[in-house]
Design a protein around this ligand. Structure first.
Ligand SMILES: Nc1ncnc2c1ncn2[C@@H]1O[C@H](COP(=O)(O)OP(=O)(O)OP(=O)(O)O)[C@@H](O)[C@H]1O
Length: 283
């Protein structure tokens, strides 16, 4: 079965470079029986999956299925939401991310995040990138670090002559690459991206996708996307989430339906619900 929603050229190249399912690769996150609720209302139920090193993993699914809720669990961003409660286990390189004694600030340094809407600080381009390293006392070789981060985010050539300009003067796509550079500047291990291109035009989107391809040799990347073609283009592994209605549990909540190689999710999914979604029969 081939999804009518997916550009066949994207799938063609994906099929040729179809990755192994990662068995044998180091597990970065091992999630077991994760439940998340807001103010006592269940939002995500019983999610278990593994995220492997140097893979791009995409989370897809209909609105409200808990993709953003889930990605925020990986760097404890839900800690900042009043009423949010996370139960279950997330091991990060074998260590319980939610154990007492784990410093959420250090977690967020190792596991950086880029949001849907680019959110540069109202400061110079240079100071945006230098901000995290300065806060963390990584002041040695700061100029080099700023240049390295901007180069890694494919922005250096466009901004090298105006590093003192305000970052808010950059285009939306440049601002998003700046936010990626800002995340890279503190030497993370993982980059979480919550719909990083959904506010951008097609050319800027394509640059972000190219960047994701380049970054995965050094980083483990998790991306939430509404765009199935984007998942097909960038992700090695894809997790499909759906919404389940259970009156006995207080209404609707998200569940993980299937997590597999991206080519399998889009061409030969194991679950009927995934097939209905990727072929556009639902969602
Ligand atoms: N800060 C919050 N406070 C209360 N409820 C929330 C909060 N964030 C999310 N929710 C609820 O949790 C459920 C899952 O939302 P979430 O935003 O994680 O889904 P999503 O799959 O990312 O949706 P979308 O694709 O529309 O962004 C929804 O019912 C939502 O209303």
């Amino acid at each position: 079965m081939t999804s009518p929603h997916i550009d066949s050229s994207a799938l063609g190249s994906l099929a040729q470079t179809s990755p192994p399912d990662g068995r044998g690769r180091e597990v970065v996150f091992d999630v077991t029986d994760l439940n998340v609720s807001y103010g006592g209302k269940l939002a995500l139920k019983d999610v278990s999956l593994e995220i492997r090193k140097n893979f791009v993993t995409a989370f897809i699914g209909p609105s409200g299925c808990g993709k953003s809720t889930f990605i925020r669990c990986f760097n404890r961003m839900n800690d900042l939401i009043p009423g949010a409660k996370v139960d279950g286990t997330i091991l990060y390189h074998g260590r319980d991310l939610y154990a007492s004694g784990v410093d959420p600030v250090e977690v967020r340094r190792r596991i950086g995040m880029v949001f849907q809407k680019p959110n540069p600080f109202p400061k110079s381009i240079y100071d945006n990138i230098a901000f995290g390293p300065r806060v963390l006392g990584m002041k040695k070789g700061l100029d080099d670090r700023v240049e390295r981060s901007l180069r890694a985010a494919a922005l250096w050539d466009e901004v090298k002559d105006r590093l003192e300009d305000n970052a808010l003067g950059l285009s939306g796509g440049q601002q998003q690459r700046l936010c990626i550079a800002r995340a890279l500047a503190v030497e993370p291990d993982v980059i979480l991206m919550d719909e990083p291109a959904s506010a951008l035009d097609p050319i800027s989107t394509s640059r972000i996708e190219d960047l994701i391809h380049e970054l995965k040799s050094e980083y483990t990347i998790v991306i939430v996307t509404h765009n199935m073609q984007q998942a097909a283009r960038v992700a090695d592994m894809t997790a499909f989430f759906s919404v389940e209605l259970r009156e006995d549990l207080g209404g609707r909540h998200g569940i993980l339906v299937e997590h597999d190689k991206t080519a399998k999710i889009f061409t030969n999914p194991s679950d009927r619900r995934t097939e209905d979604y990727v072929t556009g029969r639902f969602g």
